[in-house]
Structures are given as C-alpha cells and as structure tokens.
Design a protein around this ligand. Structure first.
Ligand SMILES: [Fe+2]
Ligand SMILES: [Fe+2]
Length: 159
C-alpha cells in the first residue's frame, strides 16, 4: 500500500517511524491520563478543570489516530498489545499529585506533558522538512495544537 507515497521520501523511513510511534504512544497516554484525572478530580475548581481535560483527552486521541494513519501509510505497524504503549512512549507516564483536589499540581503535570509534546513535534518537523512533506505537515499541525494547549494550561495555572 502507498508505494509511490513511500518512494517520494527523501530520507530513511525508520527514524521517522520511530518518532511517529513514540508520539503515537505519548498521545494515547495523554488521552488516558487526562481522562482519568478529569474523572477523579475533586474540590471547588474540579468541574472547570475536568471539563477542559475531558475535551483535551478527546483531542489527544484524535492526534493518536492521525499519527496511526501516517505510521500505516509509511509501512509501519501499530502496537497490538497495550502493554507496549508505555514502552514506546517518550514520557512513560504522567505523574499527577496524590491529592485529587490539587488542581494546580494537576495542571502543572499536564503542562509538562504538553511541553514534552511540543519538543517531540518540533523535532519531527525538523527531521522531515523537505524530506517527507506529508509527515512534516502533520507534525506542524500537531505542534500548533500543542502550543495552544500549553498556552491554555499556563493561563489556567495563572503564572
Ligand atoms: Fe497531542
Ligand atoms: Fe496537547
């Protein structure tokens, strides 16, 4: 599948697939941890933060889906076993505070994940520029989303 699409790559595909699979795993982890945090959050500010996190969890799943499509187009495979997902990821897990009412601590953990995603897409964008246009455009798209997520999270934290 997609033979001509792969022939036009002006770079070895393996490093790109490795970066795409790591990002795919990171997006799945963000989806899971954000949704979990939204559901267990308690306290006076919990509803607002939970609403934001639920929406964002959905967006991160969309990111995972788009990355998965690109991995398959490039002839790569998606992890069939969930246990492999954290192993593939850059971040392994998102560390939230033990106290479920600590919204600032929670948002700081989210901010760390968003900044890690910015770094990953910046690197993917750099390594594919003029070499793999389709992945490059995907990396730029996702980078813009993560920059927006960072800004939004910083504003909620308020410093
Ligand atoms: Fe994302
Ligand atoms: Fe994000």
């Amino acid at each position: 599948m997609g033979r001509r699409g792969r022939e036009i790559l002006d770079t070895p595909v393996e490093p790109i697939l490795k970066a795409l699979r790591a990002a795919y795993a990171d997006e799945w982890l963000a989806h899971y941890y954000y949704l979990h945090a939204a559901q267990v959050a308690t306290g006076i500010n919990a509803p607002q933060v939970a609403g934001m996190l639920t929406t964002r969890a959905g967006e991160e799943l969309t990111h995972a889906t788009r990355l998965g499509e690109r991995i398959l187009e490039l002839g790569g495979t998606l992890p069939a076993d969930w246990a492999d997902v954290p192993k593939l990821s850059n971040s392994k897990r998102i560390e939230f505070p033990r106290k479920t009412s600590d919204m600032i601590g929670l948002l700081k953990a989210v901010l760390k994940a968003e900044r890690s995603a910015i770094n990953a897409y910046q690197e993917l964008s750099r390594m594919t520029r003029h070499r793999d246009t389709v992945t490059h455009e995907l990396a730029e798209d996702l980078l813009a989303d993560e920059v927006r997520d960072e800004e939004h999270t910083e504003n909620l934290i308020g410093d």
